[in-house]
Design a protein around this ligand. Structure first.
Ligand code: PGA
Length: 219
């Protein structure tokens, strides 16, 4: 049985109080984990709280960040560097299309961010929008997220996602390819049963603990 990665991307959502409600409903202690790595990517402001909850409950959930500075520590006002993130997180999303579109992130910046994550021993999850998105050599985990599928309620077809995942694995030394874009409890299995797809990156549906739990169960 292949290992699956089920990742929640909360984006710019949730206060600490809301995160606590989510974790209670998710039943952090009893959450299933066998053969499924569950990763919660919260905003920077919640990483410390999420880490504390995970440690307190002896939970297997892994914490991820949604971005990282392209610089080391230093005079970069407002930036959160990889060494700082490593205190709380094991993974970091890099190059999400929302960052490329709204924060002018270029492939050059993204490559620097990947380097910083690697140096700090964080696992970068590089978001790519298609087979033409550059993938630096040292990347092992990629999330294929076609732009039109994100938050639209119109996921890619599992067959197309499989084809893209297969090509990425053939062309690069990438170990895991995930699919992201309007994943729901109803359709998650159609993606995770594809031979080249190793999990899902879930935005909207991850905000609801019941839906996210169903996605884990159904995957
Ligand atoms: P979505 O977001 O599940 O809401 O489409 C996925 C993502 O942007 O990572």
């Amino acid at each position: 049985m292949k290992k699956l990665f089920i990742i929640a991307n909360w984006k710019s959502h949730k206060t600490e109080e809301e995160a606590e409600v989510w974790l209670d409903a998710y039943k952090i202690k009893e959450a299933p984990v066998a053969e499924k790595e569950v990763i919660l990517c919260g905003p920077f402001t919640l990483l410390s709280f999420l880490k504390a909850c995970v440690v307190y409950n002896n939970s297997q959930i892994k914490i991820g960040a949604q971005d990282v500075s392209p610089f080391e520590e230093g005079a970069y006002t407002g930036a959160v560097n990889a060494k700082q993130l490593k205190e709380f997180a094991s993974y970091v999303l890099i190059g999400h299309s929302e960052r490329r579109a709204n924060f002018a992130e270029t492939n050059e910046i993204i490559t620097k961010k990947i380097q910083m994550a690697k140096q700090a021993d964080l696992i970068p999850i590089l978001c790519v929008q298609g087979i033409d998105t550059p993938i630096p050599e040292n990347v092992t985990m990629v999330a294929f997220e076609p732009i039109g599928a994100i938050g639209s309620g119109h996921p890619d077809s599992p067959e197309d996602a499989e084809q893209v995942a297969k090509i990425i694995k053939e062309k690069h030394s990438v170990q895991y390819v995930l699919y992201g874009g309007s994943v729901t409890p109803e359709d998650v299995k159609r993606f995770t049963q594809m031979p080249s797809i190793d999990g899902v990156l879930v935005g909207g549906a991850s905000l609801d603990p019941d839906k996210f739990t169903q996605i884990i169960h159904n995957s």
